[in-house]
Design a protein around this ligand. Structure first.
Ligand code: ADE
Length: 234
């Protein structure tokens, strides 16, 4: 079972997300244990403060080194972590190959950044991997951590009903997914492509591959230029 520790100033903001749907089921099935740690609980000063003004003077607050170090070291004393991740806009861009790789880990820690970020000494001495979920700035790392957790947990064997479907996702073969249809076969005169109703699986597979290629060319041509197949390369 994977263990995922999430260090945050706002555990309640994240808990709701993990109590629903596939992610909740994965926990109930024992595929992953998600544990939240409120950094306020690791502050040694009596006000429970977790942030302070930046040295040198600048706008905003910086998350203090001490509560975070206490929390991380407490966890490290109990188990070995494959990665201690920090979510930040200047991190490595999150991608499907990265999610695939993280899904093989036994123990992961994710530190959610906030305000102006964390004291650099945390990044220097504890963080093994810094991840951005895109070139935009969020108010905090919680949503980024939820995105990473979601993409990783759904890859755990047994997390989604149809084992095949995680592998057939957009990006797993370096292509975006083909269009999908379900019943009815006709709605307001809009018909499902005949090939999908034909029962000819070889033809259907070929059609799906053609569609995936055409869509990738049209919507994400840069994926075709990236050197061959990233999933296999890993
Ligand atoms: N924190 C703030 N913005 C972020 C982003 N784009 N990715 C990850 N963490 C963040």
């Amino acid at each position: 079972m994977m263990r995922l520790d999430i260090l945050t100033l706002f555990p309640s903001m994240m808990q709701m997300f993990f109590q629903e749907s596939i992610i909740s089921r994965a926990q109930k099935k024992g595929l992953v244990e998600v544990v939240f740690h409120d950094l306020h609980d690791y502050s040694l000063n009596r006000y429970g403060s977790v942030d302070d003004y930046p040295y040198g003077g600048a706008a905003g607050m910086v998350m203090c080194v001490e509560p975070i170090a206490n929390c991380i070291e407490g966890l490290q004393a109990q188990r070995t972590y494959d990665d201690i991740i920090y979510t930040a806009p200047d991190g490595e861009m999150f991608s499907q190959p990265m999610a695939n790789q993280l899904s093989l880990a036994q123990n992961l820690m994710v530190l959610c950044g906030h305000y102006k970020g964390v004291d650099e000494r945390i990044r220097e001495h504890f963080i093994t991997r810094e991840i951005s979920i895109g070139d935009y700035v969020l108010t905090g790392g919680e949503l980024a951590a939820a995105v990473i957790a979601d993409a990783v947990i759904r890859l755990l064997p047994g997390a989604i009903g149809d084992e095949q479907s995680a592998l057939a996702d957009s990006f797993q073969d370096g292509l975006v997914a083909p269009p999908e249809y379900t019943r009815p076969p006709e709605f307001r005169g809009w018909r499902v492509p005949d090939v999908l109703l034909s029962g000819n699986h070889a033809k259907i597979d070929q059609w799906r591959m053609d569609q995936a290629l055409a869509r990738t060319k049209e919507r994400r041509p840069e994926l075709l230029k990236q050197s061959s197949n990233q999933t296999i390369k890993q």
